[in-house]
Design a protein around this ligand. Structure first.
Ligand SMILES: Nc1ncnc2c1ncn2[C@@H]1O[C@H](COP(=O)(O)OP(=O)(O)OP(=O)(O)O)[C@@H](O)[C@H]1O
Length: 304
């Protein structure tokens, strides 16, 4: 089998260097290929290019959830391709859907020598697949502003995140939307967060869908209506732990196959695995077992 490592060039240099050394140490030269992205969308392009060759292949998405998102979209429809996740990004929330693993287990390449094979469902919006979460609401607004601040020359480290959060919280924090779950209209109309989760966590550790499983043929949803800014602060700890579901007066949850977010034809920004995407009246559907995952097998490796 051919092993293709697609490495996000924007990941921390130290992590990339360590990973590259490990690849050279463990794989014979003719079995492994290392590709480093040089523009947004490149990981998808590379994944599609290798998948199209038709030979048995494992692609290692080395970066954050954005890199995984691109690789998943590149290999969609190619059932001979396995996808592995090497979490050298920032949030890496997708792997939190596998609570029996530590993130170290995913990082140790020896653990993939006798990898555990599993399948994952994906969430579809238009032609775009998300393996972890699709969301609308305040998180999208924050991500949008953080992206804008990141482009400023003086904004480094946590500054763009801080400024993005500040600007988002200063404006309107909720969205007027109609949400339909499996054809049934939900009662709320002003939403703080609308999340469909194939995975459990997003946004660097928030846990909107604590019961989600990636292979069960369902997505879990969490709909949170507008609350005061003060309440957001007290609730955010619970949202991180996934215990927010107990607050039935402003949270609805469950599992479903489809979610329609009606926007009256207006364009809305969504967060697909951490990547921003714009569309109108989005329909989110679950597509079963579309991705073949290669999960680490710590017993076969040496992550101890
Ligand atoms: N050479 C490049 N220049 C600019 N952007 C790039 C380049 N290569 C990849 N990208 C972009 O980087 C983003 C992916 O980042 P990724 O999500 O992997 O890391 P992260 O943001 O650190 O992690 P996470 O999403 O888990 O927090 C994607 O939007 C992708 O298009």
């Amino acid at each position: 089998m051919k092993h293709v490592f697609i490495i996000n060039s924007q990941s921390a240099e130290k992590k990339r260097k360590r990973l590259t050394e490990e690849i050279h140490r463990l794989f014979p030269e003719d079995e492994a290929v290392i590709e480093v992205t040089d523009h947004p969308g490149h990981a998808k392009q590379l994944a599609r290019q290798y998948a199209s060759e038709g030979t048995m292949l494992r692609i290692y998405a080395c970066g954050g959830d954005g890199t995984l998102h691109e690789v998943v979209n590149g290999v969609l429809g190619f059932s001979h391709v396995q996808v592995a996740v090497i979490p050298i990004g920032t949030g890496n929330d997708f792997i939190k859907a596998f609570p029996s693993y530590r993130s170290q287990d995913f990082l140790c390449l020896e653990n993939y020598q006798d990898a555990k094979l599993a399948k994952s469902d994906v969430l579809m919006v238009d032609e775009e697949a998300s393996i972890n979460t699709v969301s609308a609401g305040l998180d999208v607004k924050v991500a949008y502003h953080v992206d804008k601040f990141k482009q400023l020359p003086f904004a480094h480290g946590v500054l763009p995140y801080f400024l993005g959060l500040l600007v988002s919280m200063a404006g309107s924090i909720s969205e007027d939307l109609i949400v339909e779950i499996d054809g049934r209209r939900e009662a709320f109309s002003d939403y703080l967060f609308v999340v469909a989760g194939n995975g459990r966590c997003y946004g660097g550790g928030y846990c909107p869908a604590p019961k989600a499983r990636v292979d069960d043929g369902w997505f879990d949803y969490s709909l949170i209506r507008k609350v005061s800014r003060a309440k957001i602060i007290t609730l955010s700890g619970k949202y991180k732990k996934g215990t927010h579901l107990a607050y039935k007066e402003f949270v609805r949850d469950g599992r479903a196959k489809t979610m329609r977010i009606w926007t009256g034809g207006k364009r809305i920004r969504l967060n697909l695995d951490g990547e921003l995407y714009e569309t109108s009246d989005p329909l989110i559907t679950l597509a079963e077992q579309k991705i073949h995952l290669a999960l680490p097998n710590p017993r076969s490796g040496a992550s101890g």
